[in-house]
Ligand binder design. Structure first.
Ligand SMILES: C[S@@+](CC[C@H](N)C(=O)[O-])C[C@H]1O[C@@H](n2cnc3c(N)ncnc32)[C@H](O)[C@@H]1O
Length: 223
C-alpha cells in the first residue's frame, strides 16, 4: 500500500477502497491497517472525517454529563483512538478499545485514555475476554463495512451491552448497499427490534461524513 502522498484525498480514497473491497481477508484488512497506522491520523483528520465526532455526539445524547464519569464504553474498531479522544473530552473516563490491528491499537494506547485494550476482531463469536451485560455503550465509528465488522457481530455487541445500555454505529452510508450488508444488515437490525432484543432510537444521515460522502448514525437501546 502506497501512503507516500500523505493526506492526498485521492490516495486516501484508494486506500479505503482497497481495505473495504470484496474478497479482502481479515488478515489482509488487519495488515492494511498495520501499514497505514503511522499516517492514518493525518489522512483521516477531522476536517475530512467527522465520524468520531458524530459518534461521540450520539454517546453524549444518551448519557447525561453527570453520569459520564461512571459509564463504561467499548470503542469497537477503535483504530488510533479518535473516538476515545472525543469521548474523553466530553467527560467519559471509563474507556476500553477493541481493534485487531496491533499498530493502530499501539497508537491508541499512547493517548493514555483507554483502561483496557482488546486486540481482537469482533464477529458473531463471543469474545472470551468480555462477559455478557458489561458495557453502558458499545460504539463504533468507521468500523462497519465490507471485510470489517460482519453483520452478525451485532449479536455480540448486544450480548456485551448491559440491559438498557446503548449500541451506537456510525458508518459510511453507501456501505449499507455493499454486498456483505445489502439486504442483510438493516434486515437484522429490524429483526432484532421485532424480537425485542433492542429498540432503534435513531437513524440519522450525516452530511460530509468523509469528505463529501454521506454517513449514517444508528442508535439502539438494549431491551
Ligand atoms: C477506518 S478505521 C476506523 C478507526 C477509528 N474508529 C476511527 O474512527 O478513526 C477501521 C478500523 O476497523 C478495524 N477493524 C477491521 N475489522 C474489524 C473487526 N472485525 N472488529 C473490530 N475492528 C475491526 C481496523 O483494524 C481499523 O482500525
Amino acid at each position: 500500500m502506497d501512503t507516500d502522498e500523505i493526506g492526498n484525498e485521492e490516495v486516501v480514497f484508494d486506500i479505503l477502497k482497497q481495505l473495504f473491497s470484496p474478497g479482502q481477508t481479515k488478515e489482509e484488512v488487519k495488515d492494511g491497517y498495520n501499514s497505514w497506522a503511522d499516517t492514518y491520523e493525518t489522512d483521516s483528520n477531522p476536517d475530512r472525517y467527522t465520524g468520531p465526532i458524530q459518534a461521540a455526539m450520539e454517546c453524549c445524547e444518551v448519557i447525561p454529563e453527570a453520569n459520564r464519569e461512571d459509564a463504561l464504553v467499548l470503542d469497537v474498531a477503535a483504530g488510533t483512538g479518535f473516538l476515545g479522544n472525543e469521548l474523553q473530552l466530553k467527560g467519559f473516563r471509563n474507556l476500553h478499545a477493541l481493534d485487531p490491528s496491533t499498530k493502530m491499537l499501539e497508537k491508541a494506547n499512547t493517548r493514555n485514555i483507554y483502561q483496557k485494550l482488546i486486540n481482537k476482531f469482533i464477529s458473531e463469536e463471543p469474545l472470551i475476554q468480555v462477559e455478557a451485560d458489561t458495557y453502558d455503550i458499545v460504539a463504533s465509528s468507521g468500523g462497519m463495512g465490507q471485510g470489517h465488522i460482519p453483520a452478525g457481530a451485532l449479536w455480540e455487541m448486544l450480548r456485551i451491552t448491559r440491559q438498557g445500555g446503548f449500541i451506537i454505529l456510525v458508518m459510511r452510508e453507501e456501505y449499507l448497499r455493499h454486498p456483505e450488508y445489502d439486504g442483510i444488515l438493516e434486515v437484522l437490525m429490524e429483526n432484532m427490534e421485532k424480537t425485542r432484543k433492542w429498540k432503534m432510537i435513531k437513524k440519522r444521515i450525516i452530511q460530509k461524513y468523509f469528505a463529501e460522502k454521506e454517513g449514517v448514525a444508528f442508535v439502539f437501546k438494549k431491551a
